[in-house]
Each structure stands twice: as structure tokens, then as C-alpha cells.
Design a protein around this ligand. Sequence first.
Ligand SMILES: Nc1ncnc2c1ncn2[C@@H]1O[C@H](COP(=O)(O)OP(=O)(O)OP(=O)(O)O)[C@@H](O)[C@H]1O
Ligand SMILES: [Mg+2]
Length: 252
Amino acid sequence: DVSFAYDKKDEAEEALTGVDLRIPAGQTVAFVGETGAGKSTLVKLVARFYDPTSGRVTADGTDLRRLDMTAYRHRLGVVPQEAYLFAGTVRDAIAYGLPDATDARVEAAARAVGAHDMIATLEDGYLHEVAERGRNLSAGQRQLIALARAELVDPDILLLDEATAALDLASEALVNQATDRLTGRRTTLVVAHRLTTAARADRVVVMDRGRVAEDGTHEELLALDGRYARLWRTFMGQDIGEGIGEDEPAGV
Ligand SMILES: Nc1ncnc2c1ncn2[C@@H]1O[C@H](COP(=O)(O)OP(=O)(O)OP(=O)(O)O)[C@@H](O)[C@H]1O
Ligand SMILES: [Mg+2]
């Protein structure tokens, strides 16, 4: 029964309201919903970047406020919406959470998510110099590096806030594969901006203005024929005219 307001003085402006979720170990849950719906906020509460205004967030039944945060964070892998890459080598970018990792472990993590081949194409490979904020890498390359970084930490719980940047089809396929390898047996909360990610998850939670609006498998929510089904049809291009005004230009 979690509620949360960023501004404690203005609880009418809650980012989350009465959220009730139970996520079994090993499950991959995709969160979808409009911008501002509270998806990133929910994930941040699980990482304990913030504590709920009311209600509790628990891991294996223990309130996060009672857990040793250093130990808990070591079991967490966090891939933020826009992974920040400092200037340095690709190797350092992957080893960010585990700076003492050997080159062999860094490469193994990159291979595990399928980022190795991409890195091999860069000038100097793992020693390729990343510019501040990863400016000299494509959005897909940055995402693969962020996923390899999470893999290296080998977390039990993975919090993945998918980047909103549009990817070309080939990069999207690579990033999707990397995500699938990373989520594997892990307990995963993924904020899905791409509905292809939601469709592959064990479960989909639709957020709307801080509340859970729908909760079920991809198939169940399609059968429910509510918000998720509408999003999916728009995504599949079957709702043109409903989502977009009929007299809008057809495209460019
Ligand atoms: N650091 C912050 N301080 C104050 N308000 C915030 C902060 N971050 C988010 N909010 C507000 O909380 C609400 C939920 O935001 P949140 O970032 O969780 O949305 P989201 O579902 O992740 O959206 P998006 O799809 O655009 O990433 C919004 O009204 C937003 O303006
Ligand atoms: Mg967000």
C-alpha cells in the first residue's frame, strides 16, 4: 500500500498512490504507462533512493528501511533511464560498479549480454576512449555498455529503466537480446518504453497517474481489452485514426 510524494508538503501531488504489488523471485515485470505515470519513481523506491510517504517496500519480507543498505545495494543492478558514461575507456565504463574487476571478467560480462562483438568493432576495442556522456557512441552502443555494466555486478534484483532513445531495428534487436540475457533468472523490474520489451516479460503492470491500472500477462491484458490492449494496437499500427487525428499528415 505504497504512496509517495516528492514534496512532502503537497501530498495531493502524489507520484504514487496506494500501489500494491508482490513480485516473486525470478519474475520479470514490465511497467508501462504514459510519461509522468510514476514508473521511474516506483523503481527508485525499490532501490531505496526514496522511502515511501506511507506503506512499505519489502524485500524477502523485510522492510527496506530495516535492511543494511550497503549489502542490499550490492545485490541490486540498476540501469537508469539515461545511463551516464564518464569520459574514460569502454572497459572502465563497464567496470564502473566493480572497478577492481579483471579484464577477463569485464569481457565475460560483455560477452554474456552480447556486447562483445560491438565493442570489438570500436577503434581500440575495450580501450576505446568514451567521450564525456558517451557522445561518441550511438544510443544503442551506450545501452549495450550499460547492460554489460549491470551484468558484471551479477545482481539478484535488476532495475532497468529503459532508455527512451529510438533505436534502429538492428540495434533494437541487439539491445533486446542483451536485456533478455541479463534478466534471465533474475528478479527484474523493467520500465518498458518499447512494447516489444513488455511483450517478452512474464508480467505487465500498467501505471496511470501513480496507480496500478492493469496487472497481468501480455496475453491476459490483450484479452482484457483495456489500456494495454489499446497501446499494443497503436504500436502494431492497427489503431491509426484513433490515436492520431484522421486529418493529421500520414508521415514524412
Ligand atoms: N525528482 C523529482 N522531484 C519532483 N517531482 C518529480 C521528480 N521526479 C519525478 N517527479 C514527478 O513525479 C511524477 C512521476 O514521475 P516519473 O518520473 O516516475 O514518471 P515516469 O512514469 O517514469 O515517466 P517517463 O515515461 O516520462 O519516464 C511526475 O509527475 C513527475 O513530474
Ligand atoms: Mg521515467
